[in-house]
Design a binder for this molecule. Structure first.
Ligand code: PBG
Length: 328
């Protein structure tokens, strides 16, 4: 344990408040989303996400070491390939960006880190949609095969868990079947089950160059007027074999976190997405809000709503605040 971080000494009144807190959090429930890209010696700051970087494989270790020092042990990896085409073929290339990153991280960190990969086509397709197109529409069923192939290649390269984020119908079952047939029966699936068509993904799409070239994702992501649909999606994914279900974004969808938590018997994850991070950063840079206070409050509210796992670009900061006893 890093001895430089010590819990604050609490006065008695404060101690009582801490003793009776309802919401308890632990750094082991934090997952840090991270971008890896082609090239060497790169740590490119993402303009719309100050403080977040796209790393080339040879430099991912810088961030991973910092995460481990902070007490964060789990990452969600996103790949940014150089080559994009109509079907997103570099998504399942054994020498693709994610596959190479996985092999390198597994080699360097062995049992120290838990590696989750985002499984989707939008970073890999020239049109930026989350699946294979048929005309201007995504072809749900043809995409399932590509997603399964992609998930399998991630696991073969060292992923501990796969997280399909495409929102195609039936993809959890398709991926589960493929993994099982190839002997990966113990590899869990974290499903982006309740994923809304949201403006909060804007900075991520800048970072990954994955904005759709035409149209939008409303055909496969959910309408934010609806919550019952979210519960239905979560239940369906669990039935198809999801081990964990996610609600995304987090902040504007905490009602869904609570409702999904009541509806399912598996752990629930909440993802505080790029736009949520960008808003806090921008507000703080302008001096309109205090960054640390807002980080603590947004994190605690996600756990209070019921999430078991929390994905956030602020994971290292939150882990530190937990260890200092400021929250949790
Ligand atoms: C891939 C994917 C996206 C995010 C996670 N996985 C982008 C999208 O759906 O447009 C967004 C994450 C974030 O905004 O931080 N489909």
């Amino acid at each position: 344990m890093d001895m430089t971080i010590r819990p604050r000494r609490l006065r008695r009144g404060e101690l009582l408040r801490t003793m009776v807190r309802e919401t308890r959090m632990n750094p082991s429930s934090l997952i840090y989303p991270m971008f890896v890209k082609e090239g060497t010696n790169l740590a490119d700051e993402i303009p719309t996400m100050p403080g977040q970087y796209r790393y080339s494989v040879d430099r991912v270790g810088e961030k991973l070491d910092a995460l481990l020092d902070a007490g964060v042990r789990s990452v969600m990896l996103f790949g940014i390939p150089d080559h994009k085409d109509e079907v997103g073929s570099s998504a399942w290339d054994p020498d693709g960006i994610i596959q190479r990153a996985l092999r390198k991280i597994k080699e360097d960190y062995r049992e120290e880190l838990y590696l989750i990969t985002d499984v989707c086509m939008c970073e890999y397709t020239s049109h930026g949609h989350c699946g294979m197109l048929c005309g201007h529409e995504v072809d749900n069923d043809k995409t399932l095969e590509l997603l399964s192939r992609t998930a399998l290649s991630h696991v073969q390269a060292g992923a501990d868990m796969v997280a399909p984020s495409d929102m195609m119908d039936g993809r959890v079952r398709a991926i589960r079947t493929t993994l099982d047939q190839n002997g990966y029966t113990m590899t869990p699936i974290l499903s982006y089950a309740v994923k809304y068509a949201s403006g909060f993904y804007g900075p991520f799409r800048d970072a990954a160059g994955s904005a759709p070239a035409f149209g939008d994702r409303k055909g496969y992501q959910m309408d934010y007027h609806n919550s019952r649909e979210g519960i239905k999606e979560a239940l369906l994914d669990v039935e198809e074999g999801a081990d964990i279900v996610m609600v995304k974004p987090a902040m504007s969808y905490l009602d869904l976190v609570t409702k999904v938590k009541e509806a399912v018997k598996v752990p629930v994850a909440a993802y505080s997405v790029s736009g949520e991070y960008a808003m806090i950063k921008a507000g703080a840079a302008l001096g309109y809000i205090e960054e640390e206070k807002i980080i603590c409050e947004t994190a605690v509210s996600a756990y209070r709503a019921g999430c078991d796992l929390y994905l956030t670009y602020y994971a290292p900061e939150i882990a530190r605040f937990m260890r200092e006893g400021r929250i949790g």
